[in-house]
Design a binder for this molecule. Structure first.
Ligand code: NCD
Ligand code: ZN
Ligand code: ZN
Ligand code: ZN
Length: 353
């Protein structure tokens, strides 16, 4: 098989950590990791320090992208208990509203029903509301989206019961979308025990039955997104290790391995990592942008080759097939043979169309 050309991957769930978490990752290191993984556009989460919850914090980050990013970056605005109107005012420039309904990393947990009603009323109906919602919280978010007629996007679905809920919701005719992560597709709670804090994330790695349900219901899944959530070695080895694992550089080799094993088709891979993200979040076209993948190369995933600042991976030691050889963004070679060739300024801050 010759070198394959895929469209630039679009990762709709990434934590670049800037501002306030630059020891874990920043716009430049995180977008370097993206390019190394064949990701040319990513959507960045608002749970930074301070969080992106108003025009001031949003504009600050938006301007930083143009100065520091190596790939294109779109921004979510985060929901708080008091910012429904400010968030809705940012809807033309944000790729979506992000609501955290369960405890996870960062300050943005939503606990107030009045605030939830305001967000679901005020946010424009054609734009996605992305939720971190596990189990029963997911059913609650679906209920609100149904009542208010809003476009709901479910982040990192991880369990069989959640897949059953999504099947029922989609079957009822709702316009609902969801993503799964590579770690929930390729790892289980057995790996979590082996990896300790390096295998801890929200939602946690689940049972083999849960993982199998994700593969079996791949037809109900709209996107594969990394939830790239880097934390430093020191943080992971500390008293209260924060949840989250990096994933930008390992997604495509893992998925291509599944293609080579006949568990996924190349066409479906491109749908899940490019066409569906672009359609769901109304993202702009990147002209003359592609990824060259050598489908034959076999490799062992290793921290040694990574560009992410955190410099570790929960997939350490896994055998994969398929290697990113070159990435071209707007006609320019931005990654080739293991080396990032882009300079800060190549990436653009993007807005939905
Ligand atoms: C994420 C993080 O570290 O920002 N952690 C995680 O375990 N997934 C937060 C999140 O996406 O829930
Ligand atoms: Zn989350
Ligand atoms: Zn996340
Ligand atoms: Zn397309």
């Amino acid at each position: 098989m010759a070198i394959l050309r895929l469209p630039g991957l679009i990762d709709v769930h990434v934590h670049l950590r800037e501002p306030g978490g630059e020891q874990k990752e920043d716009l430049t290191s995180g977008s370097a990791a993206a390019l190394a993984g064949g990701v040319t556009m990513l959507l960045d989460m608002p749970n930074t320090h301070p969080p992106l919850v108003d025009a001031q914090t949003f504009d600050h980050k938006f301007a930083l992208i143009g100065r520091k990013a190596l790939c294109d970056v779109g921004l979510y605005v985060g929901a708080t208990e008091t910012n429904a109107l400010q968030a809705a005012a940012l809807a033309p420039r944000a790729v979506g509203l992000k609501i955290y309904l369960d405890q996870t990393y960062g300050p943005l947990r939503m606990r107030d029903l009045t605030a939830m009603l305001s967000h679901f009323r005020d946010w424009p109906e054609e734009r996605p509301i992305a939720v971190h919602a596990e189990g029963l919280s997911m059913a609650m978010a679906i209920g609100l989206a149904r009542i208010f007629g809003k476009r709901l996007h479910l982040c990192h679905v991880s369990r069989a019961d959640e897949m059953a809920l999504i099947r029922a919701a989609k079957g009822s005719g709702m316009q609902l979308t969801c993503e799964v992560t590579p770690h929930h597709l390729f790892l289980t709670e057995a790996d979590a025990r082996r990896l300790g804090p390096y295998g801890s994330m929200k939602p946690p790695l689940a049972s083999e039955a849960d993982r199998n349900a994700l593969w079996r219901h791949l037809d109900l899944i709209d996107c594969i997104a990394t939830d790239h959530a880097p934390h430093t070695h020191a943080e992971k080895r500390g008293e209260e290790p924060p949840p989250g694992v990096p994933g930008l550089e390992t997604m495509l080799p893992l998925l291509w391995t599944a293609v080579s094993e006949g568990r996924l088709t190349e066409e479906r891979l491109v749908e899940l990592t490019h066409h569906n993200p672009k359609r769901i979040f109304h993202l702009p076209i990147q002209p003359e942008t592609w990824v060259e993948l050598d489908p034959r190369v076999q490799a062992v995933l290793s921290e040694e080759t990574l560009h992410t600042r955190c410099h570790w991976t929960p997939f350490e030691g896994m055998r994969v097939r398929g290697q990113v050889r070159r990435v071209v963004l707007r006609g320019q070679t931005v990654f080739e043979d293991g080396r990032v060739r882009a300079e800060p300024g190549v990436g653009r801050a993007i807005q939905p169309e």
